[in-house]
Write a protein that binds this ligand. Structure first.
Ligand SMILES: C[S@@+](CC[C@H](N)C(=O)[O-])C[C@H]1O[C@@H](n2cnc3c(N)ncnc32)[C@H](O)[C@@H]1O
Length: 367
C-alpha cells in the first residue's frame, strides 16, 4: 500500500523530492511564498501546490487532499530561523514559533498515521518543541527524534538537523546513516568537480542556474589570495576588512573562505552564494559557488528547476530557497524508513490475521 503525504511549508520541494524518491506519494505541498509555486509545480507535476498559510488550513482542507481511507503522512519543516544558531541572540520572532503550534493542531485534528518534521538542532531546547512532542504522545504516537549530520546520509554537505518521525502504528526508529563516518562522506569534488568552469558574474549558457555572483575588485583580490580551507588571515594585510583587524572581529574567521575539494561543503545557508557570507568560495575558481552548485550541495538532482525564466533568477531569492530546503537525500532516508516500518507492521498484522484465521479454520473442523 502507498503512503500519501502532505508537505506543510513545502518551499521548493526538497522534502517532497526525497519522499518521492523513497516511493511516497506526495499529494500536495503548501507554502505561503509565491516564489515556491513554480519550482514545486515544475518538479512535482503530480502534486498540487497550495499558496496558503498553514495558519488558515483546517482538517477538512487536508482531508480533501488525502485519498479517502489512505495511509497518511503529515510532513513539514516549519520556518526555522527563530531557532537557528545564527538567531540565538536575536529577538525571537513569536509569529514564526506559532507555525509549530499550527502543525500540532493539524496533527490533533487529522490524526495521520505518520508524522515527520525537520528543523534546526536548537529547536530541541525550546518550549514549542516540547509542546509538539506532547501533542504526539497524547495522540498515541511512538516518536523518535535526533540531531543528525546530513553528510551521513549522502549529502555532500556538513549540516546538522533535528529529524523527528512518529507513527501511530507502532515503535519506529530513525533512519540509519547510509554514509556514516567522515571517510564515507561525499566531497566537494564528488559533487561539483565536473561542472563547467565559470567566472564571477558569469552565467553558463546551458544551465541558467549555474551562475555566480559578481565580485567587487576588492573581493576579487581577496578570493585570489584565499587558500582552500584557509581564512582571511592568509591575506596580505591591506585586503583584510577593517572589522577583522580588531580583536573583536576574530570570531568571524569563517567568512570569506574557500571550500576544500576533499571535504563536504559547509552548511548551505540562505546567503550561500555570497563569498563574504561564509566558506562559500569555489575551491579553485575565483568566485563564490553558483546557484546550481549550492543546489547540488543540498543533494537536489542536477536538473532541478528553481525559476521559470532567466529574468526570474535572482541569486538572492533563489539562494534563499535553496538554503532553506530540506536536503532531498535526508527526506529520502526518512521516506525509506517510513515505508519499511509500514511494511513490517503490515506483514506482522497479516501474519497475526492469518494465524487467527488458521486457528478459527481448524476449530471449525468436525471434532
Ligand atoms: C525551512 S523552509 C521549508 C523548506 C522545504 N520543506 C523544502 O524542503 O524545500 C520553511 C518554509 O515555510 C514557509 N512558510 C513560512 N510561514 C508560512 C506559513 N504561515 N504558511 C505556510 N508556509 C509558510 C516559507 O515560505 C518557507 O518556504
Amino acid at each position: 500500500m502507498v503512503i500519501y503525504a502532505i508537505d506543510l511549508f513545502c518551499g521548493v520541494g526538497g522534502l517532497t523530492q526525497g519522499l518521492r524518491e523513497a516511493g511516497i506519494s506526495v499529494v500536495a505541498g503548501i507554502d505561503i511564498d509565491p516564489s515556491c509555486a513554480h519550482p514545486f509545480e515544475a518538479n512535482h507535476p503530480q502534486s498540487r501546490f497550495l499558496l496558503k498559510s498553514v495558519e488558515s488550513l483546517s482538517a477538512a482542507d487536508l482531508h480533501a487532499l488525502w485519498p479517502s481511507n489512505s495511509i497518511r503522512l503529515l510532513a513539514g519543516c516549519a520556518p526555522c530561523q527563530p531557532f537557528s544558531s545564527y538567531a540565538r541572540n536575536a529577538p525571537k520572532d513569536h509569529s514564526k514559533w506559532g507555525m509549530l503550534f499550527h502543525f500540532s493542531r493539524l496533527i490533533r485534528d487529522t490524526k495521520p498515521e505518520f508524522v515527520t518534521m525537520e528543523n534546526v538542532p536548537g529547536l530541541a531546547r525550546e518550549a514549542p518543541f516540547v509542546d509538539f512532542l506532547n501533542t504526539l504522545k497524547e495522540g498515541g504516537y511512538q516518536v523518535a527524534y535526533q540531531t543528525v549530520n546530513v553528510a551521513d546520509f549522502g549529502v555532500p554537505q556538513q549540516r546538522k538537523r533535528l529529524v523527528l518521525i512518529a507513527s501511530k502504528l507502532g515503535q519506529i526508529s530513525l533512519p540509519s546513516p547510509t554514509h556514516s563516518g567522515s571517510k564515507n562522506w561525499l566531497s566537494v569534488k564528488d559533487a561539483i568537480g565536473k561542472l563547467p568552469v565559470l567566472d564571477a558574474g558569469e552565467i553558463d549558457k546551458n544551465d541558467l542556474l549555474h551562475r555566480s555572483a559578481r565580485l567587487s575588485p576588492l573581493n576579487s583580490s581577496r578570493i585570489r589570495a584565499s587558500k582552500p580551507g584557509g581564512t582571511w588571515r592568509d591575506w596580505p594585510k591591506e585586503l583584510v576588512a577593517e572589522c577583522h583587524r580588531k580583536e573583536s572581529g576574530k570570531h568571524s574567521a569563517g567568512v570569506y573562505g574557500r571550500m576544500r575539494w576533499d571535504q563536504p561543503a559547509p552548511t548551505m545557508t540562505t546567503l550561500c552564494c555570497g563569498f563574504g557570507n561564509g566558506r562559500f568560495g569555489h575551491p579553485e575558481q575565483n568566485r563564490a559557488i553558483s546557484l546550481r552548485e549550492a543546489a547540488i550541495f543540498q543533494s537536489f538532482p542536477i536538473n532541478y528547476q528553481f525559476a521559470s525564466a532567466n529574468n526570474l533568477i535572482s541569486i538572492k531569492r533563489v539562494s534563499k530557497l535553496i538554503g532553506n530546503a530540506v536536503p532531498p537525500k535526508l527526506g529520502e532516508a526518512v521516506g525509506i524508513t517510513l515505508i519499511k516500518h509500514f511494511s513490517d507492521i503490515s506483514s506482522q498484522t497479516s501474519t497475526t490475521q492469518s494465524k487467527v484465521t488458521h486457528r478459527l479454520g481448524k476449530s471449525k473442523q468436525p471434532l
